[in-house]
Structures are given as C-alpha cells and as structure tokens.
Design a protein around this ligand. Sequence first.
Ligand SMILES: [Zn+2]
Ligand SMILES: [Zn+2]
Length: 311
Amino acid sequence: MATAQTICYRSDSYRNWVRGSVGLGYLQEGLQVFAETIVQTEHRNILQRIGKCGKCSIESIMPAHAKQGHCIQKNRRRCNCTKKGNIYCAVCSKTYDEIIIQHRFIDPNWEIDSAGLFSDHWQFAKCFMTTTKKESNNTAAETDAACLLSIIINGNFFQAELDTIIDGENDIFSQAKKVRNAILHSSKLELTEDEVTEYLKTMIDVLQDRKVLMNDKAAQTAVTKITYIMNTKFVITTGIEKSAIESAQRSIKGTGELCENGLKELTSQSLAEISRAKEDAIDEIEKNKPKDRNASGAGIAIGQDTKTKEQ
Ligand SMILES: [Zn+2]
Ligand SMILES: [Zn+2]
C-alpha cells in the first residue's frame, strides 16, 4: 500500500502547531462561500440604492459627510473629508459614507483598488478587512481565515445572517480571530495539546453558528475535517507540514503583518530541517534494513511512498 511520507521526528508541540495551522485552512474553506454570498448581496443592495460610478478614485472622493462639518470616521486623519481639493460625486461621496456607517468600528480600510469598487464585490469586502495590502486578498478564495473573520465581524450587514451577537471583542468570531493570531504569532511554532484542542473547538463553534452556517455545506464539510484532526491521532506528512507553513507565511504576508515572531526565519530553517531530517531518516532505514525492515531508529519513523507489497 502506498503511504505518504510520515514525519515523527519533531516534538508533539510542533505537530500541534501544524494541526492548528491546518485547522485555520479548513476554517477558511468553511467561511469562504458564506462570506462571499453575504458580501455579494450587500454590494448589490448598495449599488441599487446609491448607484454606480466607476470614474472616481477613492483618494479623490470628498465624502458626503464633509458638508456636515464633522467627521464620522473613527480616525479623522485617515478620512478624505480633511483633504482639500477632493471632489463631490453624487454616487461616490454617498458610497464612501455608507461604507463607514456599515463598519462596526467606523474605521474602514481604504487600501483597495477603487476602480473595481462598483464592479467587484470583493473590493467592497476589502473595506471591512482590518489589515490588508492593495495587492493581497483580491478574491474570496485568496483571503485567509483572519480576513474573512474581520469582514464578518466588521461588516454590520453580517449580523442579520448570524445567530451569534457580534460585539467585536468576546463573541466566538472575535475569539476565533484571536486564535488565529495565537497560532500564527506563536514564536516557537508550538502549541500544547490543550491549546490546539481549544483552538480547533473555537473554529468548529464559528462554523456551527445556528442561523446560516449550520446549513452551509462548505461550513459543515470543514467541521468534519476539523473534528477529524481534533479527535484522531493526526498523521502529519511532509506535504501537510509544508503547506501549513506556506499558508501561514502567505497569511502573514497578505495582511502586511510583521514577522516579529520570526516565522520567516523559523520556517526557512524548518523547511531545511525537513529535508535534512528526511535524509537522516532514509539513512536510518537503510541502516536498519538488513536486521529488521520494520524498525525505526531513534524516534524517527518514516512511511514508504513506494509501492511495497504488504506481507
Ligand atoms: Zn471624515
Ligand atoms: Zn464617482
């Protein structure tokens, strides 16, 4: 039977970190369809209500609230109402305000491609992400779990689709965001068994929100997968480990977060360790072969990925 190469040479706490990171990938898969559907509907509603422009760039819009004389955005310095020379547009000025009002913390992200704001619902979604860059997260599929959670937490229009009351701090969606940071900011890429169990449970709770997600096929498939890695002795292959590390790196890069935890260094070191340890393991197997072909030396066990007849 062909089996993937299995790595058992790292500590349990490191393998728990890989489980947590893999769980985040499943959480993303489970939230993606839900988030995109709600964003699409809201985007369409706003276009119908306010209209469509496409000629103005975000940077040059004078918000409608500028006429009131006081800023409605949390951070006035980031608001266009202070920019002299910006212009009013019947559609864009109102849309600008609408996005601020729809944001839970009246603090939208304006790092978007404004040319696409009216034609691409995901540029509208990006206004509700907490940290992102212009070149990242431009489709739902390439948006990581943290940014999807931010959109759900920050976009007031999501509340009607949730059983959970979002308070932006202690609700289960906000907790899941903290979980994501705890996993990706873990300086040693290690988690205890209790930590990873708690984190995976939080992800499941999010995906089982009783209003819509409970009946969402993608969300429930993700629940099955997360439950599996929570309850089953999880076999981590080099492939799984590599993709966990790569998605963690992508996630950190996409939001423009600083790798203050040294994830970059640790992971390049980690990837080098994978290949080194793999070679060691193969040597070890070769050495042990004549005596006992099933033996695995010094805590190293590696599956065989060649077709071997089982006896
Ligand atoms: Zn303002
Ligand atoms: Zn306009």
